[in-house]
Design a protein around this ligand. Structure first.
Ligand SMILES: NC(=O)c1ccc[n+]([C@@H]2O[C@H](COP(=O)([O-])OP(=O)(O)OC[C@H]3O[C@@H](n4cnc5c(N)ncnc54)[C@H](O)[C@@H]3O)[C@@H](O)[C@H]2O)c1
Ligand SMILES: O=C/C=C/C=C(\O)C(=O)O
Length: 503
């Protein structure tokens, strides 16, 4: 198998004299070229990486038909043991091509190589292995009772596949978030039509190669490339022939998809936007809190749905904390993905950087104090053609400012002082989002008391983005609908029936 998607046999195109790789769709076990293509750009230097086949409506419908056929074919009848073995084979395939997946993620996003290795690709493997093991150990419910006439009654629960699942994923953690949905969907016996973000097609294409090599029956996994509105995403989410949609992306996109799902009363699972808070009490381990907020604000250039864009620090340590975080932020190494000790790469695209920079300008207009950053780093080399932005800390804004209420999804956080526990809980909850929160304190009962009052799906205490894949993951309010992870994924990707027997 070729070294990476940039030279994979399924990407190379004989038509292209300059040998720019062509990334194709994968439908019913075959690689499919389409009439229209779009460019995939490297955000480190603005250069063309590959051309990507855009699936039109007919191509999307062909993928859905292939999944429907496979769903009615043998796949739903495979045993848990067979499906678990196949998922492990897919994980093995990712492992065998680990460096190719790293290269794909880095090419599309410019992220540090060490992050792609330790987070993105590692989680791609873990996602398949976790659900392979889970279905083999999962139990079902059974209830014994007695009818009024004394007859024994047995109720038991069975899980069946939903059928064809539409999966639409974002660009910020491409392989992690795509496999977080594909693995449990396949584990529960469903068939899949997956559409990755137009910004990050490479690792999804590699995944299709690995799935094909693992021997999944044709049509069980299908990959279509394209955009959202009037393109593959919309054609998939509005199709009457899919049985459920699982989507990760912006809240307003989720709302659009939900309207489409309403037409056919389809099951939906949404992992949406956030405006997450980190709360630092005076009794926190100060150095750990500074290091933790540095990570939760600037990991992946702030392009993680769980990042802290709002930081609240108890007043007595506010000035000291701001100074310490400023110092650590200014030491962050912003560099090429493969540079030794690199901490931060570019944003995913020039368009996204423009959006983030518009918020940097808005912060000034709203009267923020720019503690550090607020612009674009100058390198004097090809990175100046990339989509880099400075990690930025601001203070001085009210809780009603747009920069403290709207998701920016870049390397920026606003720090505000607070005085009491009740005050900070109310301020954290005063948000249209409810995805995640972080609390830094050494006071155990306070940690539990505060965490339990946050209106978020996830709370971390003295840590951030620490993941046990068996736990429920998801948000409240505009941050999403439903939970995925462990048995929560098994429930979403199954049709649950109860069978009652009079013995
Ligand atoms: N809650 C979570 O777990 C989680 C995880 C990662 C990212 N996110 C959120 O995702 C956003 C960033 O990702 P993004 O910019 O790719 O989001 P996005 O909503 O712009 O796009 C996400 C996906 O949806 C597709 N899409 C866009 N419009 C569509 C439409 N009308 N119909 C069907 N598909 C459509 C896109 O092509 C892409 O594949 C941020 O808001 C972030 O908070 C949330
Ligand atoms: O950018 C958002 C990150 C989401 C992470 C997960 O869905 C996960 O860790 O399973």
């Amino acid at each position: 198998m070729a070294s990476n998607p940039l030279s994979s046999p399924h990407a190379a195109s004989a038509q292209d004299a300059v040998s720019t790789p062509l990334l194709r769709c994968f439908i019913d076990g075959a690689w499919v070229e389409t009439a229209r293509t779009f460019d995939n750009i490297n955000p480190v230097n603005g250069r063309l990486i590959s051309r990507v086949c855009e699936a039109d409506r007919d191509t999307v419908n062909a993928a859905i038909s292939a999944a429907n056929r496979a769903a009615k074919g043998g796949w739903r009848g495979t045993s848990v043991t067979e499906r678990a073995a196949l998922l492990h084979r897919i994980a093995d395939g990712i492992e065998q091509r680990f460096d190719d997946f790293v290269a794909a993620e880095v090419a599309d996003t410019g992220r540090p190589v060490h992050q792609a290795r330790t987070l993105d690709v590692a989680r791609g493997i873990a996602n398949f292995r976790t659900f392979a093991d889970l279905i083999k150990t999962a139990s079902s419910e059974m209830f014994e009772s007695t009818a009024p006439d004394g007859a024994k009654i047995l109720n038991y629960v069975v899980r069946k596949p939903l059928g064809t699942i539409g999966i639409i994923s974002p660009w910020n953690l491409p392989l992690l978030l795509l496999t977080w949905k594909v693995a449990p969907a396949l584990a529960m016996g469903n068939c899949v039509v997956a559409k990755p973000s137009e910004e990050t097609p490479s690792s999804a294409t590699l995944l299709a190669e690995v799935i094909q090599a693992a021997g999944l029956p044709n049509g069980v996994f299908n990959l279509i490339h394209g955009f959202g509105p009037d393109s593959a995403g919309q054609f998939l989410s509005t199709s009457p022939h899919i049985d459920a949609i699982t989507f990760t992306g912006e809240s307003r996109t989720g709302s659009t998809i939900m309207k489409a799902a309403a037409e056919g009363v389809k099951e939906v699972s949404f992992e949406l936007g956030g405006k997450n808070a980190a709360v630092v009490f005076a009794d926190a381990d100060f150095d750990a809190a500074v290091a933790g907020v540095l990570r939760s604000s600037f990991t992946n250039s702030g392009q993680v749905c769980l990042c802290s864009e709002r930081v609240y620090v108890e007043r007595s340590i506010f000035d000291r904390f701001v100074a310490a975080l400023k110092d650590r932020t200014e030491q962050l190494r912003i560099d090429f993905p493969q540079a030794e000790g690199v901490d931060m790469g570019p944003l995913v695209s020039h368009a996204h950087r423009d959006k983030v920079l518009s918020y940097y300008r808005l912060a000034r207009e709203e009267g923020a104090i720019i503690v550090t950053g607020g612009g674009v780093p100058v390198f004097g080399d090809e990175r100046d053609q990339g989509a880099y932005a400075q990690p930025t800390i601001i203070t001085g804004l009210s809780d009603t400012a747009r920069c403290t209420r709207e998701e920016i999804f870049g390397p920026i956080c606003h720090i505000a002082p607070f005085d009491t526990e009740d005050e900070v809980i109310a301020r954290v909850n005063d948000s249209p989002y409810g995805l995640a929160a972080c609390v830094w304190t050494t006071h155990l009962s306070r940690a539990h008391r505060v965490a339990a009052q946050f209106e978020t799906g996830i709370v971390w205490v003295n840590t951030w983005f620490t993941r046990d894949l068996r736990t429920p993951f998801g948000g409240t309010k505009l941050s999403g609908m439903g939970r995925e992870g462990g048995r929560y994924s098994m429930d979403f990707y199954s049709e649950i029936s109860n069978i009652c027997i009079r013995l």
